[in-house]
Design a protein around this ligand. Structure first.
Ligand code: C2O
Ligand code: CU
Length: 598
């Protein structure tokens, strides 16, 4: 079989993603990490050399199902031990289907430190994409993220402080497009909406200001806005396109926190792919994208350049769902026949951040393509339903996120290794599962203090019967603050799931189950639960392994907002688990027993 082989050195680098120099995690000396492009069905082999000196690391391949290779999923404490400083590990997995994906660190808060990059799987003759014939231009790729000037150690320490000292990470300083942004600067004309929080930015016109731009240092260190040399690490991204063609724009979000909205001035977007799955195409002026999600949209370069519309257009990416203290990010879509290098207009404004109904309308429009595979009928199979109440809560003075009042803590021994070696009992609390639901009397419209049971920390897991049809009901509720509930994007490892439906208030199986969408539920690996609402997802538990299921907001996961699903308990020993990836915790202790002095 064909294989895509790469070797990565992961190390701390000095970088200026938003024109301010900071320490961040880079791969082979750059940020974001190199894009991996593979063909569907191809074997991907990535040798990771950990050159972080004082920290372990793992890399997760977000959206890859890892069928038969759960040990390559890259989740510390779940699928493997963190790779020690100075050591190497080789991930090998099949790029199982075409689509838009990304990879990222999955240990501590290393994603927020910049450990991520794009993973693109191209269609093949055997595994084609239904919309492949609908674009004749090329492909453009956008990996979106948000960036904080505080380092992740400070962020994590702040989140772990007790009682009144708890420090939330707050809003990011800058939104990045392909790892580039401009701190406190917005390109283009000033308009009222952003008055007061941004300075007029000069864009660097390649020729006229070339002298200034050649001085890289000076460009990056300038405190005022711009100009940005094209070679600088924070120069705006420019997509050069030919007029009169249709392009595929791949968009993925690996934000630490922010929900984003993307629009391209003067152009409509036709959504065709979500998380590597074709969707029934629909056309919009802008898309919402949550952390962990990816889309492909088709865009036709159908504008005729005039003096006022020169043929260069803003791509603007702004914050949704939270009070935006962060400026929108901008990139440029530039036609080859453009009369000017830069747009002359103001970048399009992001829709009102608190218009949740607008977000729901977009999300609810996503449906599977006609004739896509639908879930098997419930009565034909083994069933399991887990209702998961999402709450923010206090555990011994620490602010945590919890599922059914249990906040996830991860053990020293990876679950996959524990099951592989039959060491469940000593590796984690294997005396039972976390709760399967929450009490009837719980009021989702009140902070969790209304609950009669206390929140706890636990490393228990859900053991799913192999082959069962699993329904997960995500139930949102008030946070610690009354009337406040947030949107959470939940991501499942090892699977795509069908999104069966959404609703307001408390999920009621009697009333809501019969109304779920069994006709054309979209397949995804990430789905949101809206404030005070519910979302139902469904999948078949037929992938042997230990799979994380968690909120993709990194500080929320860090505060316990996740669960672990175990599938195929008695099939684990058939796996080809690389033993060196499991040598930590009780497995290391057990292995050491067999060592004798020479
Ligand atoms: Cu992209 Cu478990 O995450
Ligand atoms: Cu969350």
């Amino acid at each position: 079989a064909k294989a895509k082989k790469v070797t990565w050195d992961v190390e701390y680098i000095m970088w200026a993603p938003d024109c301010q120099q900071r320490v961040m995690i880079g791969i082979n000396g750059t940020f974001p990490g190199p894009t991996i492009t593979a063909r569907a069905g191809e074997l991907v082999s990535v040798t990771v050399n950990n050159k972080l000196h004082t920290e372990g690391l793992v890399i997760h391949w977000h959206g890859m199902r890892q069928v038969g290779t759960p040990w390559a999923d890259g989740t510390a404490s779940i699928s493997q031990c963190a790779i020690n400083p100075g050591e190497s590990f080789t991930y090998e997995f099949v790029a199982d289907k075409p689509g838009t994906f990304f990879y990222h660190g999955h240990f501590g808060m290393q994603r927020a430190a910049g450990l991520y990059g794009s993973l693109i799987v191209e269609a093949t003759a055997e595994q084609d994409e239904p919309f492949r014939k609908d674009y004749d231009g090329g492909e453009l790729n956008m990996l979106l993220s948000d960036w904080y000037h505080d380092n992740v150690f400070a962020q994590a320490a702040g989140l772990e402080r007790k009682d009144k000292h708890f420090q939330w990470i707050g809003e990011p300083q800058t939104i990045l497009i392909n790892g580039r942004g401009q701190y406190e600067c917005m390109l283009g004309k000033v308009n009222n909406y952003h008055r007061g929080i941004y300075k007029y930015a000069k864009t660097c016109v390649r020729d006229k200001e070339a002298k200034l731009c050649r001085d890289e240092e000076r460009c990056e260190r300038r405190s005022e806005c711009g100009p940005y040399c094209p070679e600088s690490q924070c120069a705006p991204v420019i997509f050069d396109v030919e007029p009169g063609k249709t392009y595929r724009l791949r968009i993925a979000s690996t934000t630490t926190l922010s929900a984003l909205n993307l629009q391209v001035e003067g152009h409509e977007l036709t959504v065709v792919e979500a998380d590597g799955n074709p969707v029934e195409p629909f056309t919009v002026t802008d898309i919402d994208i949550y952390s962990g999600e990816s889309y492909s949209v088709l865009l036709t370069t159908n504008q005729i350049p005039t003096y006022y519309k020169p043929g260069a257009f803003w791509i603007s990416v702004g914050v949704r769902g939270r009070h935006p203290k962060t400026l929108s990010a901008t990139a440029v879509l530039r036609y080859t026949n453009s009369k000017l290098q830069w747009p002359t207009s103001a970048p399009p404004e992001t829709p009102a951040f608190d218009d949740i109904e607008r977000s729901k309308r977009f999300t609810y429009r996503i449906k599977a393509l006609k004739n896509a595979v639908t879930p098997p009928p419930k009565r034909a199979m083994l069933n399991r339903t887990i209702v998961m109440l999402n709450t923010q809560t206090l555990v011994r003075g620490h602010v945590k996120w919890a599922i059914n009042n249990v906040s996830l803590t991860l053990p020293a021994t990876p679950y996959l290794g524990a099951y592989f070696y039959g060491l469940q009992g000593s590796a984690f609390d294997a005396t039972g599962e976390p709760p399967n639901g929450f009490p009837d009397e719980y009021n989702i419209r009140l902070p969790p203090v209304n609950s009669s049971y206390n929140a706890t920390l636990s490393d228990r897991v859900y053991e799913l019967p192999y082959g069962a049809l699993v329904d997960v009901v995500l139930q949102n509720a008030d946070m610690l603050k009354e009337t406040v509930s947030e949107t959470h994007p939940w991501h499942l490892h090892g699977h795509d799931f069908w999104v069966m439906g959404y609703g307001e208030g408390r999920y009621d199986a009697k009333k809501d189950l019969p109304n779920l969408n069994t006709d054309n539920p979209p397949l995804r690996n990430t789905v949101v639960v809206f404030p005070h609402g519910w979302t139902v997802l469904r999948f078949v538990a037929d992938n042997t392994g230990a799979w994380a299921f968690h909120c993709h907001i990194e500080p929320h996961l860090h505060m316990g907002m996740g669960a672990v699903f175990i599938e195929g308990v008695d099939k684990m020993h058939d796996l080809n688990v690389p033993k060196e990836a499991m040598m930590c915790g009780v497995i290391r202790t057990a292995a050491a027993v067999h060592l004798t002095p020479a």
